[in-house]
Design a protein around this ligand. Sequence first.
Ligand SMILES: NC(=O)c1ccc[n+]([C@@H]2O[C@H](COP(=O)([O-])OP(=O)(O)OC[C@H]3O[C@@H](n4cnc5c(N)ncnc54)[C@H](OP(=O)(O)O)[C@@H]3O)[C@@H](O)[C@H]2O)c1
Length: 248
Amino acid sequence: MSVEPGTYWPTLLQERRLPAAAAADPLACAYLDFARPERVVLGHLGQSLDGYVATLAGHSANMTGAANIRHLHRLRALADAIVVGAGTVLNDDPRLTTRLVAGPSPVRVVLDNRRRLGADYRLFREGPPTLVLCAADAADGATLGRAEIVPVETADGSVAPAAVLEALGTRGLKRVFVEGGGVTVSRFLFGGCLDILEICVSPLVLGSGRRGLAGPAPERTDEALRLEGCRAIPMGADMLFHQKLRPG
Ligand SMILES: NC(=O)c1ccc[n+]([C@@H]2O[C@H](COP(=O)([O-])OP(=O)(O)OC[C@H]3O[C@@H](n4cnc5c(N)ncnc54)[C@H](OP(=O)(O)O)[C@@H]3O)[C@@H](O)[C@H]2O)c1
């Protein structure tokens, strides 16, 4: 995929300036939701029509198309911090850097409650600063490769999303992009810690696989979390659903 030329939305939005031509573009408006000066947390998942974010074996490359991949890089360029769960590092060994658009790479944050990840992953060996957030009793050192280990308060044996945001906030990391996987985005959503939820649905049927969102099961549909004001934004053959969860 080619690199987006010149200074584009991410750089402009860092300064909260939109080119006039982009003001009517629903995607540009979605970036404005994220590019607010106060703390804002955006969770994104790319999923199949039947609600999976990866195969059962954990393969998720090309789940969504090129337009959504570029969108992810724009969000990275806008973010102070990008958060993923240990399962994503284990399966994908991602770099989580901004490569397809102009703009900086965010601080990378891995939630690894029980410290099950070794130092061999790319996040811990190369690239921008990386933090590993874990339970206090699992923090058995100050570093993992080049990454810094940060003990965080736990609730029900897991690092509470609110404590994650608190720890990032004390480091001045206010614009937070939770990029996956399903377990992690679900914990932030059902923990009341997301300001924006984005789901990009691809016309792909996996049959079974790793779940996207999963949470408490309502008995009746009218007890479910019904989202209002959701914007559907076509992205090639995919459809991005962009939902603000709080006013602002
Ligand atoms: N399609 C997409 O958008 C997308 C994006 C990213 C990844 N993926 C795919 O998704 C799969 C991984 O997703 P997943 O849902 O299985 O795992 P995940 O969300 O990446 O990681 C889940 C694990 O991260 C740790 N974790 C998450 N939140 C935590 C918290 N608040 N506190 C402490 N630890 C926390 C936990 O580790 P412990 O169990 O050790 O406590 C948890 O089991 C991979 O196959 C990857 O390829 C897809």
